[in-house]
Design a protein around this ligand. Structure first.
Ligand SMILES: C[S@@+](CC[C@H](N)C(=O)[O-])C[C@H]1O[C@@H](n2cnc3c(N)ncnc32)[C@H](O)[C@@H]1O
Length: 447
């Protein structure tokens, strides 16, 4: 194994530090720009290699001590060794680099990253794989980076604090109840994953147990609920019968209480079902939602807003008072069901949802005055781009969790007549390399 000294130049996608040894590009997990590190080369290709830190010879001034004892073992976060302010700057650099290399933009109107006041206890969803050891003890936690090895975690400083009692209690109950835990190698056993979802706004918690085969009883649900009877509003069994890395399956059974919890964003109330997507950081999505509302106030009242990839209807409902009609498009049937309920409970009857693939549904829609795009990590597809070219919405708000695909799509939008007015990063995922962005595109020459 080759060992060498390396100066770390910058952070790159996936959260690794990067430096050069001659022409060889070397990626080093847990390194920080400015570090001089001694590394061992773990894997080498023609032009690049991966190294592992053996010693930090000169620590970067951006370094700090990780606050979680599991940090270097657990794959949940990657950046706890960087002080928080510097994390925000480095996330900005990641976006700048992606836009520069992929979209060829070097005068990007990139704003500072909006950070959290207290970047702890923000995750409103925790998904824990489980394993039973030979001595019958249950372990639950997170996968070590790039492996299926579960690191047993008693307490995570990033989850909502109100999850802790339910998690500790669930560990004891599942151990005592002798529930069989799914073993993916042997394809044997039943319980695959324990998920908690909840809101610090409404103080509700929903427990979701993912199983390989339908198995769970109301008695078990009641025992789990006892971990925090005041807050737990429902226990749901989600059946995932496939041999897959995807956590949730498609069938839900309510074992106790209701199959959803309530969340509140800027005075609107949202039903969020067991498996429906919702942003994991409520304080930060509220900040982004406020920015979106400020933009709509400036644009004033329009005829039609289309919210593509609408989830449970967050941006659709925020848009409701600023347009004669709003159309949301979402592929997940349970999320669309939640979205229609959200229209009802917020009494915003000018909003409708179309269930299906945005690639198929968008071409059927009338021209929007404002188009919201909030796609999954892979970004938008060719038919969505065709729809934009055919209808030329004057404003596009693009919310992205993946700078490289945002950059790819930005290049296409610019080639098709759009300018970026600004791009604002939001730190939805402190202590990880992930970053969310809010980008405003305007059509050159207006309507
Ligand atoms: C990043 S989430 C955004 C959800 C919503 N805008 C919000 O802020 O809560 C992306 C959403 O797109 C949905 N989705 C994924 N692929 C899709 C597709 N091809 N067509 C329509 N919706 C899709 C997912 O189910 C998910 O709800």
């Amino acid at each position: 194994m080759k060992s060498l000294k390396l100066r770390i130049k910058k952070m790159v996608q996936k959260g690794f530090g990067m430096g050069y040894s001659g022409k060889l590009v070397i990626f080093v997990p847990y390194s920080v720009p400015g570090d001089l590190v001694k590394i061992n080369i773990k894997e080498q290709k023609k032009d690049y290699a991966f190294g592992e830190i053996e010693d930090v010879i000169e620590p970067s001034p951006l370094r700090t001590d990780p606050f979680c004892p599991y940090f270097y073992d657990c794959g949940g976060c990657q950046w706890q060794m960087i002080d928080y302010k510097s994390q925000l700057n480095l996330k900005k650099d990641l976006i700048y680099d992606a836009m520069n290399h992929i979209a060829g933009i070097n005068n990007l109107p990139l704003q500072d990253t909006q950070g959290m006041e207290t970047p702890l206890h923000y995750r409103n969803k925790v998904q824990l794989p489980l394993k039973r050891l030979k001595n019958r003890k249950i372990i639950m936690g997170f996968y070590r980076y790039n492996t299926h090895h579960i690191v047993d975690i008693e307490k995570c400083p990033l989850h909502l604090e109100q999850f802790q009692n339910v998690l500790s209690h669930a560990r004891t109950v599942l151990q005592e109840e002798r529930v069989t835990i799914y073993d993916e190698v042997k394809d044997w056993g039943k319980l695959r994953n324990l998920t908690l979802r909840g809101s610090s706004q409404t103080d509700e918690i929903l427990i979701v147990l993912v199983t390989r085969r339908k198995m769970l009883s109301r008695t078990l649900a009641e025992k789990l609920r006892a971990g925090d009877p005041e807050r737990v509003v429902g226990v749901v069994e989600n059946l995932n019968e496939e041999k897959t890395n995807r956590i949730f399956g498609t069938k839900n059974f309510t074992l106790w209480g209701r199959p959803y919890y309530y969340e509140k964003i800027l005075g609107l109330k949202f039903i969020i079902g067991a498996t429906s997507f919702f942003q994991v950081n409520t304080p930060m999505i509220s900040k982004m939602a406020q920015q979106f509302i400020n933009e709509l106030k400036d644009i004033n009242y329009v005829d039609h807003i289309v919210d593509a990839y609408s989830g449970v209807g967050l941006f659709s409902l925020l848009s409701s008072s600023f347009a004669r009609r709003v159309t949301g498009v979402e592929i997940s049937a349970p999320a669309v069901k939640d979205a229609f309920k959200n229209v009802e409970i917020n009494e915003q009857m000018n909003v409708i949802f179309r269930e299906g693939d945005a690639e198929e549904i968008l071409p059927e829609l009338e021209k929007p005055d404002i188009l919201i795009l909030d796609p999954p990590r892979k970004g938008i597809g060719p038919n969505v781009i065709k729809f934009i070219n055919n209808t030329k919405p004057p404003y596009i708000f693009y919310i992205s969790c993946n700078p490289p695909t945002l950059a790819r799509d930005t290049k296409i939008l610019i080639e098709n007549g759009y300018d970026i007015e600004y791009i604002k990063p939001y730190d939805f995922f402190p202590h990880t390399f992930h970053v969310e962005t809010f980008t405003k595109f305007v059509l050159k020459g207006g309507k």
